[in-house]
Design a protein around this ligand. Structure first.
Ligand SMILES: N[C@@H](CCC(=O)N[C@@H](CS)C(=O)NCC(=O)O)C(=O)O
Length: 206
């Protein structure tokens, strides 16, 4: 018997956006329907995902050959495919989940901008105000997330999974900042969600 074509996901072990997608893959029990492809690192200027005009990971190629990006679109596609419950259908629940998703992605955008500024840009070109602006975004967003924890869903939606991926990235790339110390409610929640098999199976790695 010919087995059905698998989806292909171009991602890496370090991208937090890719981890968010992989959290969704695990939560929806889609692991055996997806083949993972490594980033292509031929040329810095062209990026690392040739199928994606933005050159970024994650990129999904569906079983029908449709190329999907970015992570938000991929997560929603996978949820629809699996008839999952990670995206509440309507009302306040829907917008709270989408807002949390946006907050998590915003934390990542600001954290990654800091990393590019400090690890890739030549020291004499670094812009300290830009760095402070990004730090401010992360700090303010973590403060808000600490307030929101009390209304987090027990069964995670895309919102909670995205926050988990963002916090995991901060641990991975900014361990010295130790957000756990400043945000105790978030820390308690994170210890709990980290017990899920999806979180254990997707720990960031170089
Ligand atoms: N908004 C995008 C962000 C993706 C993104 O920034 N990916 C980074 C890795 S974390 C990337 O591929 N960078 C390589 C590059 O830009 O060359 C998403 O949600 O998928």
């Amino acid at each position: 018997m010919i087995s059905p074509a698998k989806m292909k996901l171009r991602t890496s072990g370090t991208t937090p956006y890719g981890r968010k997608v992989m959290l969704v893959v695990h939560e929806l029990k889609l692991t055996d329907k997806i083949e993972i492809m490594a980033p292509v690192r031929d040329n810095w200027i062209q990026g690392i995902s040739p199928e994606n005009p933005l050159g970024k990971v994650p990129t999904l190629i569906t079983a029908d050959g449709l190329v999907l990006y970015d992570s938000i679109v991929i997560c929603e596609y996978l949820n629809d495919l699996a008839k999952g419950k990670l995206f509440p259908a309507s009302g306040t629940a829907k917008y709270k989940a989408l807002r949390l998703h946006a907050l998590a992605d915003g934390i990542l955008e600001a954290a990654i901008a800091q990393r590019i500024e400090t690890h890739m840009r030549p020291a004499h070109l670094q812009w300290t105000d830009f760095l402070s602006r990004q730090r401010n975004s992360v700090d303010n967003s973590l403060k808000v997330t600490e307030q929101l924890v009390k209304e987090f869903n027990k069964e995670p939606t895309i919102g909670e999974l995205s926050i988990a991926a963002a916090l995991g990235y901060l641990d991975f790339r900014f361990p010295q900042d130790n957000w756990h110390k400043s945000y105790s409610q978030l820390d308690i929640w994170y210890q709990e969600i980290s017990k899920r098999p999806s979180m254990k199976a997707t720990m960031p790695k170089e």
